[in-house]
Design a protein around this ligand. Structure first.
Ligand code: DX5
Ligand code: ZN
Length: 220
């Protein structure tokens, strides 16, 4: 099992002071930053693009940035986010015609690559590609919005993917995204996740450090 990472999703942050928000969660103990990109086409919401990622880099933010593309098509955006300083890029298999080609493209541009499975997307999507992935991201809400409730039926899916990763002896990370808070994080960790996206649970709290410390105590 990899070391465990808390990944605040900036979707729930105050965008009018984004740089300050990112610095605050990093100081509070965040391991990486989760960057949600929505296109009002693949998902019914519109958020931020690569220019915002580049502004964070230009402002001196040098943490690991995990870009979650909820967009279709994806290939053109991969060039933009790799140029903008993304460290990892994940996308949904339903959003591209050629999953293997898109994974290869992300890696060729020097980023880590991952596939995202929605709650109803079967794990058979990993069958011919798992060895090539740096991360698998399992959605525990339907993508598109922060602040939704955790879908409990994803827990056995996390266990199954953990078994597959371990069976193959891979270092692939296992990330879970949606509805993770201090009440749900322990079950996600016990099921085998090592990377925990937390949006509203952190950014809607008064004290980021308090939430991140408590989250870490629950998973370690
Ligand atoms: C949902 C996004 C999530 C979202 C999580 O489509 O991919 O990353 O920001 O937010 P919470 O933690 O509030 O469910
Ligand atoms: Zn996300």
């Amino acid at each position: 099992m990899n070391n465990k990472w808390i990944a605040p999703s900036i979707l729930s942050s105050n965008f009018s002071k984004l740089g300050e928000e990112v610095r605050s969660v990093l100081t509070a103990g965040a391991d990486i930053i989760h960057f949600d990109v929505m296109d009002n086409h693949y998902v019914p919401n519109l958020t931020i693009g690569s220019l915002v990622c580049k502004s964070l880099r230009d402002d001196g933010i040098d943490c690991f940035i995990d870009v979650h593309l909820m967009c279709s098509p994806v290939d053109n955006l991969i060039d933009q986010f790799a140029d903008a300083g993304a460290n990892m890029i994940t996308f949904h298999p339903e959003a591209t015609h050629h999953v293997d080609r898109t994974i290869q493209k992300i890696k060729d541009l020097g980023c880590q690559a991952g596939l995202v499975l929605n709650p109803a997307t079967p794990i058979s999507n990993l069958d011919c590609i798992l060895e090539k992935l740096d991360i698998v991201l399992l959605m525990s809400v339907n993508p598109g919005f922060g602040g939704q409730s955790f879908i409990e039926s994803v827990l056995p899916k996390i266990e199954l993917v953990r078994k597959k990763i371990d069976h193959l002896g891979l270092e692939t990370r296992l990330e879970v995204d949606g509805g993770i808070n201090l009440n749900t994080i322990k079950s996600v960790s016990d099921a085998g996740a090592d990377t925990f996206v937390m949006g509203s649970a952190i950014f809607h709290a008064d004290d980021y450090k308090d939430v991140i410390s408590k989250a870490k105590a629950l998973i370690n």
